[in-house]
Design a protein around this ligand. Structure first.
Ligand SMILES: NC(=O)c1ccc[n+]([C@@H]2O[C@H](COP(=O)([O-])OP(=O)(O)OC[C@H]3O[C@@H](n4cnc5c(N)ncnc54)[C@H](OP(=O)(O)O)[C@@H]3O)[C@@H](O)[C@H]2O)c1
Length: 312
């Protein structure tokens, strides 16, 4: 497994692929014991970077991760969690971090992220980032990250933090959802902010196991426009290219899709895994290199696919 430093040299060395634990929540209905096992499998296969959030299952995902850390050793992992956008007042932030630390059963959080810039409470960033700085200075968190931040948000936050860096921005990024390439990705590269890619498998679309006659039922994905028959129809071409490449490399479609992200400098995908089989497959997606012409083929297939987010 290769490692990279989040944000800057010799800092939070994480595996080129991590693992997300939103799956340990009612949104995904993942089985807790299977997810704990999946963490063990990920670790045995070189993955040291785990992502959760207080918002996932109202703290449940952090509790499940806490059990996994107890079983496999906290020292073997870099732990990222997030404070919900609704808890960004200075005092709430201190309490939220303490509560996450308790649920995780750790002494400190490696990477503490603002989950989203909240549009309802409208707490001034000056208050929020003063709170983050305090947690950083007290050693409760080792690094400050953000999530779903636009360039304008990053600029404001960086201005407030001064010489304390924002080391990462966790955003939606996968082969078919690439909006960040326009502005966020170049800005983050220039400012040494690592991109942590959420939904790197487009919630399963890129595994090739779903199609317009077979979309996931009974979980959060029922409300995801990606799985509408029209979109799954439009994505058939890129799913076929993934399948073709999976045969060429003797890998799965999921591994090809994850490798496309891993091949990018300073991008760390965090696929959610529900079981050991998925965790192993995802960890092994970092063990090969796609040829340039195959990357181009994936990009051309993307250019000819269209996702419609309007109600259908
Ligand atoms: N910051 C944010 O706002 C934000 C938002 C979303 C997610 N996240 C983070 O990002 C992580 C991943 O994103 P995500 O959960 O939205 O989507 P994802 O990683 O793109 O997809 C995860 C789903 O794909 C399927 N899967 C995973 N590995 C597979 C494999 N090797 N083969 C076949 N199927 C596989 C599983 O579902 P099935 O087996 O049921 O198909 C799994 O639940 C989350 O766990 C969370 O930590 C952050």
């Amino acid at each position: 497994m290769e490692f990279l430093s989040i944000g800057r040299k010799n800092f939070l060395k994480v595996s080129k692929i991590g693992m997300g634990l939103w799956q340990a929540s009612s949104a995904w209905k993942g089985d807790e014991e299977s997810i704990i096992e999946a963490v063990g499998t990920a670790m045995q296969n070189g993955v040291n970077f785990l992502d959760t959030a207080e918002a996932y299952g109202n703290g449940n995902s952090e509790r499940v991760l806490g059990r996994a850390l107890k079983k496999y050793g906290r020292e073997n992992f870099i732990i990222a969690t997030k404070v919900a956008g609704a808890h960004l007042r200075y005092d709430e932030l201190q309490r939220a971090a303490e509560a996450s630390i308790k649920r995780l059963g750790v002494n400190y959080i490696d990477l503490y992220q603002i989950h989203w810039p909240d549009p309802w409470e409208q707490i001034p960033f000056s208050q929020t980032f003063k709170g983050m700085k305090k947690l950083y200075e007290n050693g409760k968190i080792k690094a400050i990250g953000v999530s779903n931040f636009a360039v304008r948000d990053l600029e404001e936050a960086m201005g407030i933090l001064g010489d304390v860096p924002i080391v990462s921005n966790q955003v939606r990024y996968n082969l078919i959802q690439r909006n960040i390439e326009e502005e966020v990705l170049p800005f983050c590269r220039k400012n040494r902010i690592t991109i942590i890619a959420w939904s790197p498998l487009a919630q399963g679309v890129l595994t090739g196991k779903y199609n317009k006659g077979n979309s996931p039922k009974g979980d959060i994905r029922e409300g995801n426009e990606l799985f509408s028959p029209k979109n799954l129809d439009s994505l058939e071409n890129i799913i076929a290219v993934l399948k073709m490449l999976s045969e060429k490399y003797s890998k799965t479609s999921a591994q090809i899709a994850l490798n496309w992200l891993i091949s990018k400098e300073d991008v760390v995908p965090i696929p959610g895994a529900k079981n050991s089989k998925q965790a192993l497959e995802n960890a092994e997606s970092a063990s090969f290199t796609l040829e340039k012409k195959d990357i181009s083929e994936l990009n051309s297939a993307f250019a000819s696919s269209k996702i419609d987010y309007l109600p259908q």
